[in-house]
Ligand binder design. Structure first.
Ligand code: SF4
Ligand code: FES
Length: 247
């Protein structure tokens, strides 16, 4: 195995640079080094001006998403040796404005997320003294997969619908709505319905499935969307046949 590998890293300062330029750096090719370790080496040893986001270094915080050789990846969970002998092209996540170098602006998602009310909603909130809302393991299984979302934005970066229509609520927001819709303790599905069934919601999805392929946590947002399409269609038919039934 070679001692070094080349990282080609996108450098860009909006308002200063006319367009991104790729800059090459040689970094040590170590067996357990992730792409993030290579970038950290660049920042510490070669060029302190390189900007990128990270926090946990263990695939939990969701902040280190980047485009690696054309694919959205968590840079702390993607290894240099997987791409040897290189070079490895590292760019910001697609479909988001670039703030600087590899740092993108995810304000669009942060604005959309609360519109699907991703929290447990109860018709009547019981006082704490009333005790816990109990749940069986089977009930937990129904939504657990969707609760694994890191808000890493890899699915938005991979989504061809979002790339064309930034009004689309998007895969993670819909998966997180389903995380609560399917929670046996929640009674808020009706409050989420108007947003989810709007033109920017589930019906905008063409089920390409790239979001689920990109997800590092197996959340399967495409599956969440298709499952909610079935729920919404069933509800509409019921309301058509029995107009007084709302749910
Ligand atoms: S659904 Fe998966 S890819 Fe999308 S934000 Fe959540 S963890 Fe990331
Ligand atoms: S640094 Fe937290 S997921 Fe990569």
């Amino acid at each position: 195995m070679a001692d070094e590998i080349t990282l080609e890293v996108a450098r860009y300062r909006p308002g200063v640079d006319a367009e991104p330029v790729m800059q090459q750096y040689q970094v040590p090719l170590r067996e357990h080094w992730a792409i993030l370790d290579g970038l950290t080496y660049i920042k510490d040893q070669l060029d302190g001006t390189l900007s990128f986001r990270w926090s946990c270094r263990m695939g939990i915080c969701g902040s280190c998403g980047m485009t690696v050789n054309g694919e959205p990846q968590l840079s702390c969970a993607t290894f240099l040796t997987d791409y040897a002998p290189g070079p490895i092209r590292v760019e910001p996540l697609r479909n988001f404005p670039v703030i600087r170098d590899l740092v993108v602006d995810i304000d669009d998602f942060m604005t959309k997320l609360p519109t699907v009310k991703p929290w447990v909603i109860r018709d009547v909130d019981e006082p704490v003294e009333a005790g816990e809302y109990l749940q069986t393991p089977e009930e937990l299984d129904d939504y657990k997969q969707f609760s694994m979302c890191l808000n890493c934005m890899l699915c938005y970066s991979a989504c061809p619908v979002y790339s064309l229509d930034q009004d689309f609520i998007g895969p993670a927001a819909i998966a997180l709505a389903q995380r609560y819709n399917l929670d046996s303790r929640d009674e808020g599905a009706e409050e989420r319905r108007a947003v989810l069934t709007s033109p920017e919601g589930i019906w905008a999805c063409t089920f390409v499935g790239e979001c689920s392929a990109a997800c590092p946590k197996g959340v399967d947002p495409a599956g969440a969307i298709q499952r909610y399409k079935l729920t919404a269609a069933t509800q509409s038919i019921k309301e058509l046949l029995m107009p007084r039934i709302k749910r």
